[in-house]
Write a protein that binds this ligand. Structure first.
Ligand SMILES: NC(=O)c1ccc[n+]([C@@H]2O[C@H](COP(=O)([O-])OP(=O)(O)OC[C@H]3O[C@@H](n4cnc5c(N)ncnc54)[C@H](OP(=O)(O)O)[C@@H]3O)[C@@H](O)[C@H]2O)c1
Length: 259
């Protein structure tokens, strides 16, 4: 039997790496995408099964995105995990515009282009997972571009969930909350490593992916929020005024609490 094939962006660390491991255990052949070749090569060596590959690509540039769309067109993929993404803890108006735009390129533009390329070839039973976040619904003033980018991904995913349902292709917007990965280190420019994250609300990448794969099996929900604490927090937008919500999140989401 031909194995199922999954393409995972941002497979070199964190949630993407955990997706690669757990999907390989389920028999998928993995194509991992990221910029750090050493990390991708290391991952390929660890994965059970065969026919795994990697593709070095920078998704903030057109050339990098194009190399991945070409890979999606050349092979038959059953699953795309649009996972690559990042944030920076820098005040919007005081940081370089290019830095802020780069977040949009990776978190939104690349997601759109790759989702489109994947859905061109998708068949009944296939699936697309886009990494959104609880900040899609809980905008964090300390990370304006990141929050806005993830609201975009969640909205896009919900709409595509409806559009693709007819043809039997499942689309999921995956919303983890605080997850112990390299995310904090990247966002803080190395000033923090995430060791101060509140343990009561922090999940491991493996836990996030395990919940995502259960939901993938069920193919029911457009938006999958991982972790009980995160699901509880998503009552906030229903109970509070928008004004009150954003004021609370300005304090709760202050990066100084994680540094
Ligand atoms: N950690 C959290 O608390 C959290 C919560 C909710 C949602 N998420 C989302 O989950 C996804 C994965 O994040 P993570 O937590 O696993 O963080 P991570 O450990 O920092 O992983 C981010 C991945 O994205 C890749 N990446 C970043 N910029 C890229 C670029 N320009 N081109 C290609 N690949 C790029 C990185 O690979 P290279 O550096 O090798 O390129 C890395 O593999 C992101 O979309 C993030 O927004 C994270």
């Amino acid at each position: 039997m031909q194995s199922r094939r999954a393409l995972i962006t941002g497979a070199s660390s964190g949630i993407g790496r955990a997706f690669a491991r757990q999907l390989a255990l389920q028999g998928y052949s993995i194509t991992g995408v990221a910029r750090r070749e050493d990390k991708l090569r290391e991952l390929m060596g660890e994965l059970p099964g065969d026919q795994h590959r990697y593709l070095v690509a920078d998704l903030s540039h057109d050339a990098g995105v194009q190399s991945v769309t070409e890979a999606l067109a050349q092979d038959r993929f059953h699953l795309l995990v649009n996972n690559a993404g990042y944030s920076v803890f820098e005040p919007f108006s005081q940081s370089e515009l290019a830095l802020q735009q780069n977040i949009l390129n990776v978190n939104c533009a690349a997601v759109v282009t790759l989702a489109h390329a994947f859905l061109q070839q998708a068949q009944r039973g296939d699936a697309l997972i886009n990494l959104a976040s609880v900040v899609s619904y809980l905008p964090t003033p300390a990370q304006p571009m990141y929050s806005a980018s993830k609201a975009f991904v969640a909205s896009l995913s919900e709409c595509l969930w409806v559009e693709q349902k007819e043809r039997g292709v499942y689309v999921m917007g995956l919303c983890p909350g605080v997850t112990a990965t390299e995310f904090i280190s990247t966002a803080s420019g190395g000033a923090a490593d995430g060791s101060n994250l509140p343990s009561a609300v922090t999940q491991s990448a493996e836990e996030v992916v395990a919940e995502a794969l259960v939901a993938l099996n069920k193919r029911r929900k457009a938006i999958v929020v991982t972790g009980r604490a995160n699901r509880a927090m998503l009552w906030m937008p229903r109970l509070l005024s928008r004004h009150r919500l954003i004021s609370i999140l300005a304090v709760a989401g202050d990066p100084k609490r994680m540094l």
